[in-house]
Design a binder for this molecule. Structure first.
Ligand code: SF4
Ligand code: SF4
Length: 369
């Protein structure tokens, strides 16, 4: 089981789609739908020995350091790594990666780093100097022996559909793993029909271009880990259905700063998604929460998995808005389906291998944008 561990609710960035949106005056009506609980402290206060006891009951535990910004709690990270023997992953904005000793960062096998594309785009979203700091820090940890996987974790805002250019920029800057999620459907106040329609028109065109680029690279024997493609193509090649691809509520949970267990880090203060507590719960018996509503009725569920548990349950956008999101998911799936014969041929010719499409599930990339 995968556990995001919420080390702090604090952050050292003020990103447009996260911090700034959360400050905007909006009425999500979520309190009418869910029961909230703001009792957790800002920082992780769980006794590490109790966390260890809990994780011992699950021989497949993987811990994902998460926040706020987890690197604001470097001492806690060190304490956990010293005390607990499980695989570690992390999701970070990367600004403090040069502050954690290499003996610790080198034990975190996979790191998702928030970066949105080129310098201009990343700094616009995340603040001046964000891009340079992150790129410098990546170089720094690599020079100090880091050889795990570094995944560029992009957020695609509704203002900028030029994903092809931005993904290519990241690849040309040295990233070999990229994941993106569209900032759509997570706030009630940011649905503007004409704007999002236009966004998806351009975004879909851009997706087509990245798929072509991806396949061309494959012809040279190179599989770039573009997670939103990888997950779907693996399922298509193996003819396998999927559950919610991020794992939330069935294979992945989040541990709050006071040890409650909830379905996903985004739902850390919504009681409806609580499934237990590290002191009293058995990992094998944690309640499962699955997507419902529109996804249950969808013929693409087996391949899509349902996008996002929070989005699915919160239903913040009107039906027509969510239809537009789903149309773009279906577009992505259908475009990839068209490429399957070509991919199979490359596998048959041994230019690439089926195993190149395998990846570790649930450690962070949410797969469906
Ligand atoms: S396409 Fe939309 S409705 Fe269908 S499973 Fe995916 S998220 Fe759910
Ligand atoms: S996709 Fe949604 S449910 Fe899954 S981890 Fe992300 S926010 Fe949580």
């Amino acid at each position: 089981m995968y556990y995001h561990i919420l080390l702090t609710e604090l952050c050292n960035s003020e990103c447009r789609y996260c911090y700034k949106k959360s400050l905007e005056e909006f009425d999500n009506d979520l309190d009418k739908k869910f029961e909230f609980d703001f009792s957790s402290p800002a920082k992780f206060e769980v006794d590490i020995k109790k966390l260890k006891e809990f994780l011992k009951k699950d021989k497949d535990s993987v811990l994902i350091f998460y926040g706020g910004e987890p690197l604001l709690e470097i001492e806690k990270i060190k304490e956990i790594i010293d005390e607990i023997n499980v695989p570690f992953r992390m999701q970070t904005n990367g600004k403090l990666l040069d502050k954690i000793p290499s003996s610790y960062i080198n034990k975190i096998d996979k790191i998702l780093i928030s970066i949105d594309g080129d310098e201009k785009r990343t700094d616009f979203n995340r603040g001046d100097g964000a891009y340079k700091k992150v790129m410098d820090n990546i170089k720094f940890i690599k020079n100090n022996g880091y050889n795990g996987e570094i995944i560029a974790r992009m957020t695609i805002s509704q203002d900028f559909p030029d994903i092809y250019e931005q993904v290519l920029n990241l690849i040309n800057s040295g990233f070999t793993s990229v994941h993106w999620q569209i900032d759509a459907g997570f706030y009630k106040f940011d649905f503007h029909e004409d704007k999002i329609k236009k966004f998806f028109e351009d975004y879909n065109k851009s997706i087509k271009k990245i798929i072509d680029y991806w396949i061309n690279e494959m012809k040279k024997g190179r599989i770039i880990k573009l997670y939103p493609f990888l997950g779907i193509v693996e399922s298509l090649l193996k003819n396998k259905s999927t559950k919610l691809r991020c794992g939330a509520g069935h294979s992945g949970y989040a541990i709050t700063t006071d040890g409650k267990i909830t379905s996903c880090p985004i739902m850390n203060c919504i009681k409806d998604f609580y499934v237990g507590n590290i002191e009293t719960s058995n990992p094998a018996e944690l309640k499962k929460i699955y997507v419902s509503g529109r996804c249950e009725k969808c013929s693409y569920l087996d391949l899509c998995g349902g996008r996002c548990l929070y989005w699915n349950k919160a239903e913040l956008w009107p039906e027509k808005g969510n239809d537009l999101i789903c149309k773009s998911i279906i577009f992505l799936i259908e475009e990839l389906k068209k490429k399957i014969p070509e991919i199979k041929e490359l596998i048959n010719k041994k230019i690439i291998n089926l195993s190149d499409f395998e990846y570790e599930k649930y450690f962070g990339p949410e797969i469906i944008p």
